[in-house]
Design a protein around this ligand. Structure first.
Ligand code: SF4
Length: 361
């Protein structure tokens, strides 16, 4: 991420596990030898890979690895077993895969089933599920929780998930090991504390950095933008119709809000002392990671909800059945989105149409 976002490259298709440490050591040795440690802005492996080229970098690593391949850092079965012993599974019960009371609750309560659809995830153990407690309630800064909520969540973890709680990079909390038969009670408890918004994966699950409200590096505020967008799209039926959509906001190029990989990414920029927002679309995380493409000149804060609405309208017109926003962007390119947002002729600075992202890549 940061000011020079780069999608990772494969430099070796297969590596036997016992060579994991020595191979990483070889990568670090190459970086230490050729990396730009003399320049704060360029002191990153990604910058070195970019300047050397992926193939050349991989060749250097292979040459270095030939020297350290069978060094004492080579992993052994015994060492892996020793470390693995510190990561034991919780004391799972043997449960049936289908829990009748859970199935009944899903049938009885539309609110519960909607939450389960978005915030409950499959588990490899029969009878268990993982749960996301949403910290994305409209009107609350994304990812924020009060001290009282944290105490409450700690109790939920003790009661329902072997005392373990995880924080996701999408600024939510995860209870990783919940019995299906406890899901209804957990939902009711979470709901009482405003932690059960059924929006995981949806537009209002905004990832947002602290921005100008808290961060001295910011070019612009980000939390009020997130709030304005959440308020504008606070209708759950509409949100579900739009489907999965990641919206990420950063207050400056440091990208703590991961705007480069948002299906819609928003970046705060400074224009002669005023706060503006640059918009990109088509980014995504995961195995098909991609960086978003900037659609054009930036916007004032007050314009942002309308801009997002126009992007979504364009998607709803263009989408194929069951096609996600980001897939539509990659299929049709950014031009139709740009036209809608900036008006005929592609607006403010007369920029022309861009090719589909896949073609551009
Ligand atoms: S992206 Fe910029 S403004 Fe936001 S938290 Fe990071 S450094 Fe601060």
């Amino acid at each position: 991420m940061g000011r020079t976002p780069i999608v990772g490259h494969v430099i070796r298709e297969f590596l036997p596990w016992r060579h994991m440490l020595t191979y990483i050591e070889a990568i670090l040795r190459v970086y230490n030898r050729y990396g730009r440690r003399d320049n704060l802005w360029k002191a990153r492996i990604k910058i070195l890979v970019k300047s050397l080229g992926v193939e050349a970098f991989a060749r250097e690593v292979e040459a270095e690895w030939a020297e350290v391949k069978d060094s004492p850092s080579t992993l052994t079965q015994e060492e892996v077993a020793r470390v693995s012993a510190h990561f034991t599974a919780p004391a799972y019960e043997d449960l049936p895969a289908i829990d009748a009371s859970y199935v009944q609750s899903l049938a009885d309560s539309r609110s519960f089933s909607r939450w389960a659809e978005r915030n409950v995830h499959p588990h490899r153990r029969p009878g268990y599920a993982a749960v996301t407690l949403s910290l994305k309630k409209t009107g609350v800064p994304p990812g924020d929780a009060t001290a009282e909520q944290m105490d409450f969540v700690a109790d939920l973890a003790d009661r329902y998930s072997f005392g373990e709680l995880r924080v996701s990079h999408e600024q939510n909390l995860i209870l990783a090991d919940v019995r299906k038969r406890d899901l209804f009670a957990l939902w009711q408890a979470a709901k009482s504390q405003g932690l059960a918004t059924p929006n995981v994966g949806l537009l209002t699950n905004v990832v947002c950095c602290p921005g100008g409200d808290f961060c001295s590096l910011a070019n612009a505020k980000s939390i009020p933008i997130a709030e304005a967008i959440q308020l504008r799209f606070d209708d759950l039926d509409y949100l579900h119709d739009i489907g999965e959509l990641d919206l990420n906001i950063s207050g400056c190029m440091n990208s703590c809000g991961h705007h480069h990989i948002g299906h819609i990414g928003i970046l705060g920029v400074d224009k002669q002392g005023a706060e503006f927002y640059q918009v990109s679309i088509g980014g995504r995380q995961g195995s098909a990671a991609a960086l978003g493409q900037v659609i054009g000149p930036s916007f004032a804060a007050a314009e942002m909800p309308d801009v997002v609405a126009k992007l979504i309208d364009t998607y709803l017109e263009q989408r194929h059945e069951d096609e996600l926003f980001v897939d539509t962007v990659h299929r049709v390119g950014i031009a139709p989105f740009k036209s809608r947002v900036y008006g005929a002729g592609h607006g403010r600075d007369g920029e022309g149409a861009a090719p589909p992202l896949s073609a551009a890549a």
